[in-house]
Design a protein around this ligand. Structure first.
Ligand code: ATR
Length: 283
């Protein structure tokens, strides 16, 4: 009876158990496999994970705030996890712990096409911002990173450039310094980006994204792709405005589904049905 889990703090809101259990059921594997949510504070994370193989776990997803710790405790890690410096997927095999990152390929899989050669704006310089910059940059996009606190955007761009050299990956990234208050002369050329990705938490609590981010509601174009990692009950204000302009939109739940599907395949060796996972995630 292999067990799977998502480990977070908090984890009660996670859609992963519903999504993975629906996929297991759709493939007729639910008599054998199961997926649960496990909540643990940072100080208990390592001991919990080290005990999991002995309790029948085959693997786990790891979410906030444990993604760095997950990489640190692993016996081996994929290139992508090492390059990004974070892991969201652990596998317990032959007495060892393997770490991988499916967030980055999950983001790429949620896009309508390859970002190679595209001009990309990533907003936000937290862990999600760094992972998005890396994923898109390593896939051949020209990435600009914007953050409310400019110094953090600069830090991420320097960190990504340094790691790119260390791991011999070609990545083009630079920080953009534009105030969110749309001062004349300090505007961002919103229409010039092929892809715009919001990794900030703006919108999570109903804030107006057009006050907090350097974007204007009426400046999206139909050839653009707009990604908002924030997700709630309905489309975010950012995605609603982009959709009004005819742009292609991708929300955080789609990225969750894509990363989840990749993790599922790593653990079980089976490709899960995406439509079943999508329906369960949107629940
Ligand atoms: P994560 O690791 O999940 O990406 P984080 O490190 O908490 O999360 O980062 C949250 C991001 O949202 C940051 O880029 C933060 O900007 P600052 O670095 O300036 O704090 C951004 N953010 C949060 N609230 C914001 C707001 N009201 N306006 C603009 N950016 C905001």
């Amino acid at each position: 009876m292999p067990r799977l889990a998502v480990i977070g703090f908090p984890v009660g809101h996670s859609r992963s158990p519903a999504m993975h259990n629906a996929a297991l059921a759709a493939l007729g594997m639910d008599g054998e496999w199961s997926y649960e949510a496990v909540e643990v504070a940072p100080e208990g994370f390592e001991a919990l994970v080290r005990g999991m193989p002995g309790e029948g776990f085959a693997g786990a997803n790891v979410t906030v705030p444990h993604k760095l710790a997950a990489l640190a405790l692993a016996d081996s890690a994929s290139d992508m996890a090492r390059e990004i410096g974070a892991a969201n997927t652990l596998s317990f095999r032959d007495g060892g712990i393997e770490a991988r990152n499916t967030d980055a390929p999950g983001l790429l899989a949620s896009l309508p096409g390859s970002p190679r050669g595209q001009r990309v704006l990533v907003m936000g310089a937290g862990g999600a911002g760094l992972a998005a910059v890396w994923a898109l940059g390593a896939a051949g996009a020209e990435v600009e990173i914007w953050n409310r606190t400019v110094a953090r955007a600069q830090q991420v761009s320097v960190e990504v450039a340094t790691r790119a050299q260390e791991f011999q990956v070609q990545i083009e990234v630079r920080a953009v310094e534009v105030a969110a208050d749309h001062q004349p002369g300090a505007e961002l050329r919103q229409a010039e980006y092929d892809l715009i990705v919001n990794t900030t938490t703006v919108g999570l609590h109903g804030e107006d994204p057009f006050l907090a981010l350097p974007l204007e509601r009426d400046r999206f174009g139909r050839d653009q792709v707009v990604v908002d990692m924030v997700y709630g009950a309905g489309p975010s204000q950012l995605l609603a405005a982009a959709a009004d302009a005819g742009a292609t939109t991708v929300d955080g739940l789609e990225i969750l589904v894509q990363q989840g599907a990749l993790s599922f395949e790593i653990w079980t060796g089976r490709k899960p049905p995406l439509d079943v996972m999508r329906a369960a995630a949107r629940g």
